[in-house]
Design a protein around this ligand. Structure first.
Ligand code: ATP
Length: 246
């Protein structure tokens, strides 16, 4: 597999507290990989470390083989990595469309600065995001704070896609949502992958993670305890890796 993104002995700390202890992962082009594990296992920390939101050594994160660890988040966006962060972090005083336009402007600036090295070739436009999540067209003028949680999550995903990522990092996009809404959001994944974007899904719901991904990694206390093809991993293996028993 030629990895679009890989981590090599990834270590991350919050001050004196070490949260990741040498995490090795690979994400193939167009692949969907799930990262599961109990609360506090280090899943969000992993995404933050990859995105440049935590200091990590250069060699610990590679994008198409190029060492990029510790690169500032805006530069990571330019290089083709976007994140749907925990808690969504939308601009709450702004409409749905204005939130999406911020990403369009950011991508345009990044493309201008980075020239031929600009991130992805996904060709995401406002129209395509509206096709993916039609409710966002209906609610274009609505302030995001009056949307439901699921609709806000759609804005957060749309905003990340408009950065034209080759790699999309999703931090618990199903959290707190009703099953029907979760299905709607997960139904967008095949189209996102068809646009050439590889996805890392941090997901608390193990069944959902397993069914949506090609491969999965299970983490426990800052280490990978299980890695394999999602369709081939048993519930018993996941149980052991998740809780550290067996
Ligand atoms: P959750 O599902 O609860 O988000 P997680 O697997 O994403 O879990 P992280 O949020 O990555 O876990 O946390 C990993 C460890 O790092 C935990 O022990 C957590 O308490 C600690 N941690 C996370 N953020 C910080 C921070 N800003 N400062 C100090 N410690 C932190």
């Amino acid at each position: 597999m030629s990895a679009v993104l890989s981590t090599h002995g990834l270590v991350a700390r919050y001050g004196d507290f070490q949260a990741l202890y040498g995490v090795d992962t690979e994400l193939g082009a167009g692949e969907c990989v799930a990262l599961i594990g109990a609360n506090g296992a280090g899943k969000s920390t992993f995404l933050r470390a990859v995105m440049g939101l935590l200091p990590v050594a250069r060699e610990m994160v590679r994008l198409d083989g190029e060492p990029v660890g510790g690169t500032a988040p805006d530069r990571m966006v330019q290089k083709g990595v976007a994140i749907v962060p925990e808690g969504r972090r939308l601009f709450t005083g702004m409409s749905v469309e204005d939130n999406l336009r911020v990403a369009i402007d950011q991508a345009a600036r990044a493309a201008g600065k980075a020239g031929a090295r600009a991130g992805g070739k996904g060709g995401w436009t406002l129209k395509r995001v509206h096709d993916l999540f039609p409710i966002l067209a209906e609610k274009a003028r609505t302030p995001v704070q009056s949307l439901s949680g699921g609709q806000q999550q759609m804005v957060a995903i749309g905003r990340a896609l408009l950065c034209q990522p080759r790699v999309l990092l999703c931090d618990e996009i199903s959290l707190g949502l009703a099953p029907k809404v979760i299905r709607e959001i997960y139904a967008a994944l095949p189209e996102i992958r068809a646009a050439g974007t590889a996805v890392i899904l941090v997901e608390q719901d193990v069944g959902l993670a397993q069914s949506a991904s090609d491969r999965l990694y299970c983490m426990l206390e800052g280490r990978v305890t299980l890695a394999g093809k999602s369709a081939e991993i048993s519930r018993a293996q996941i149980g052991e890796a998740y809780f550290g028993v067996g």
